[in-house]
Design a protein around this ligand. Structure first.
Ligand SMILES: Nc1ncnc2c1ncn2[C@@H]1O[C@H](COP(=O)(O)OP(=O)(O)OP(=O)(O)O)[C@@H](O)[C@H]1O
Length: 640
């Protein structure tokens, strides 16, 4: 026997749920005026069921049996607080709610522990608010939680350990004040993970490499652990000693190059004895291994820097002294003026402190500033190619770098010099202070503070320029002499010799020039076994990153996860859902969206392993045709 009529009880519960949800919205909105406005605007009415067939509440989706499954309240200037108990205790709502998104509002206060009462919550999006305080450990009770986006808030404290025990697939927490160590997340299961720009410290979890250093960078106390950062000191110190650990991590970079400097200087001094008067270049970059034989060779002090020749030369190769059979530095600059303009004084380069920019799949990159004091200072990047000797023969690397050095295209960044010996391969580039596409898309572009937006025309411009550069390099390269880009450079018949694959095309290797034009870096530094096809595929993944704004998560995965995600969304006919919202706001949205779809089609052709791939020249043609059909002015804007 029940004292209640069952239908009446259900109706009462539903009415109670409606009231709770409306009050949740009111609390979230801020003051009385704002909450009235929000309730009216969204048509949330206690007299109508949220899932009413004729006039349902706005911004909610329902289960088949009429319970609220999804609430999306994004960019509505909501300026109140989250009352999780109103949200979750609402009978009929709390146990059905799968998705809550309140992204990009001005909500303040904390995330209450009661949020765990929404026991079916699978996706919680709180990014871009003013939320503060710690994340409640009760989040670990949400066994279905797969997506948690708390980025761009003021959350602090430690990331709850319990979060590493639920089945998260995406955890986005950049731009907060989280401190302590990252819990033991099993990153193998994650498609997105970003804890950049916090105060975190300690070791990155296993499998962090697939997300790139950018997703862990900007932490005040620094992170350690391979493959993204220097190895953590062993045995691990207590959390009280973390600051010293950081010091060691940074110092390692300096020690590495300092060892190189010492070895190199001794080596050069030794070699200079045997050097003919006509020798034209002033140095060599010796292995960074501190115990090389050259480092112990007794030498006489000889002035190091000498002027470069004025005439053009394709490559000035410094051969080592006869006693030193391995060749050393190859300078690929074409004129002394160009070298001087870049402050390319190798002695200074090697003596200068080096800042570790990051460690990638194919090695580490260091920033080195040379010159200054009277002459202009110049910033360079030295890429130390990982395990190069193990992967390929020295001569092969040398030939490839010389050929890349001859290629001249505005979208391909030429190496300034390279060094190649049995155990060490280094490539020197100009430092590009405007950073990489990866940074712009996934770090700056995603944080409110930077105010950088990469709009659709800018993205299309980047896509076209990169395609042009890649097509140029794939077409052919001369075996000797200069290879310069001109308006007719697309005509492959004017070239002889074979194509060169990039081998590692990705958004962190697309750097921006002073005019914010894209420039492909690290061309050919690795032996690209998979060849030109792999480049086309990598270019497709790059397009997916540009269009979705999502990082191609794993370096080992080569963008497969991102491609799978895009494919699944397209299959379900939500094509527009894949596009990065940040590029949809400007210009004629409808016309742009049609062209975005065309670019997406090009991307999907490039990543489709089942079909015959287009060539880079064909791809460049398709991408440029999309650009030719549009009127948009590109802009990488720094909005006020
Ligand atoms: N010439 C440069 N100017 C400015 N930044 C650079 C330059 N070269 C590399 N960087 C930046 O330095 C960081 C580390 O570069 P690195 O090439 O070592 O890493 P990666 O591109 O992630 O990995 P890898 O190319 O080895 O797979 C990256 O963020 C990259 O964008």
């Amino acid at each position: 026997f029940s004292p209640f009529n069952t239908d009446a009880a259900a109706a009462a519960a539903t009415a109670g749920a409606r009231e709770s949800l409306i009050n949740f919205l009111r609390t979230l909105s801020g003051d009385a005026d704002a909450s009235d406005r929000a309730v009216q605007q969204l048509r949330w009415s206690a007299s109508v069921a949220p899932c009413d067939a004729t006039s349902p509440w706005r911004n909610v989706n329902c289960t088949i049996d009429g319970r609220v499954k999804r609430i999306v309240l994004e960019r509505m200037s909501l300026a109140g607080t989250i009352n999780a108990s109103l949200l979750c205790s609402a009978a009929g709502a709390g146990d059905a709610l799968h998705v809550l998104s309140v992204k990009d509002n001005a909500i303040h206060g904390g995330l209450p522990a009661d949020i765990a009462k929404c026991s079916s919550l699978a996706s919680l999006y709180l990014a871009g608010n003013n939320l503060s305080g710690p994340l409640p450990p009760s989040l670990g009770e949400l066994r279905d939680l797969t997506v948690l986006d708390v980025s761009r808030n003021n959350f602090s404290g430690e990331i709850p350990d319990g979060l590493s025990k639920v089945g998260l697939r995406k955890f986005l927490a950049s731009g907060n004040h989280f401190a302590g160590e990252i819990p033991a997340f099993d990153l193998a299961n994650f498609v997105e993970f970003d804890v950049s720009n916090n105060n975190l410290t300690g070791e990155i979890p296993p499998d962090a490499g697939k997300f790139g250093a950018g997703n862990f960078s900007g932490n005040a106390d620094g992170m350690c652990g391979e493959p993204l950062f220097a190895p953590c000191p062993s045995p691990p110190a207590s959390s009280g000693g973390r600051r010293e650990e950081h010091g060691v991590v940074v110092y390692l970079g300096y020690i590495l190059l300092a060892a190189g400097v010492v070895a190199f200087v001794l080596y050069v001094l030794c070699c200079s004895k045997n050097r003919s008067r006509k020798r034209r270049i002033a140095g060599a970059y010796e292995s960074s291994k501190p115990t090389t034989s050259s480092a112990t060779t007794p030498t006489k002090s000889v002035p190091y820097s000498q002027p470069m020749p004025e005439e053009k030369s394709a490559a000035v190769v410094v051969t080592a002294a006869r006693a030193q059979p391995s060749p050393s530095l190859v300078v690929l600059q074409r004129s002394a003026a160009e070298v001087a303009a870049k402050g390319m004084r190798l002695e200074e380069l090697l003596k200068s402190p080096a800042e570790l920019l990051g460690r990638g799949r194919f090695g580490s990159a260091y920033k080195v500033v040379v010159g200054g004091a009277g002459g202009g200072a110049a910033a360079l990047v030295v890429k130390r190619v990982k395990d190069a000797a193990a992967v390929e023969e020295e001569g092969e690397f040398r030939r490839r770098m010389e050929r890349v050095g001859k290629a001249r295209h505005p979208s391909v960044m030429p190496p300034l010099a390279f060094y190649c010996a049995m155990q060490e391969k280094l490539v020197v580039y100009e430092f590009m202070s405007n950073g990489s596409l990866a940074k712009l898309l996934h770090v700056h572009g995603s944080t409110e503070s930077s105010q950088i937006t990469l709009d659709w025309p800018a993205r299309l411009h980047i896509a076209a320029k990169v395609a042009d550069g890649m097509a140029f390099m794939h077409d052919a390269l001369l075996d000797s002499g200069d290879l310069s880009f001109s308006s007719s450079a697309g005509d492959a018949s004017s070239f002889v010799g074979g194509a060169i694959a990039h081998g590692n095309l990705k958004s962190s290797n697309i750097l921006f020039t002073a005019t914010m034009d894209p420039c492909i870096s690290e061309y050919g530094i690795t032996a690209a076994a998979a060849g030109l096809r792999a480049d086309v595929r990598a270019y497709g993944v790059l397009l997916l990153e540009l269009l979705t704004g999502k990082p191609a998560a794993a370096s080992e995965d080569d963008g497969a996860e991102l491609a799978r995600w895009v494919t699944s969304v397209i299959r379900e006919e939500w094509t527009a859902e894949v596009f990065d919202r940040r590029m949809l706001s400007s210009g004629d949205a409808v016309a742009s969206e049609q062209r975005m779809v065309r670019l997406l089609q090009v991307a999907m052709r490039c990543v489709d392993d089942a079909a015959a791939p287009p060539t880079m020249r064909e791809v460049a043609g398709m991408v440029n045709a999309i650009g030719d059909d549009g009127e948009d002015d590109r802009s990488v804007s720094l909005e006020a």
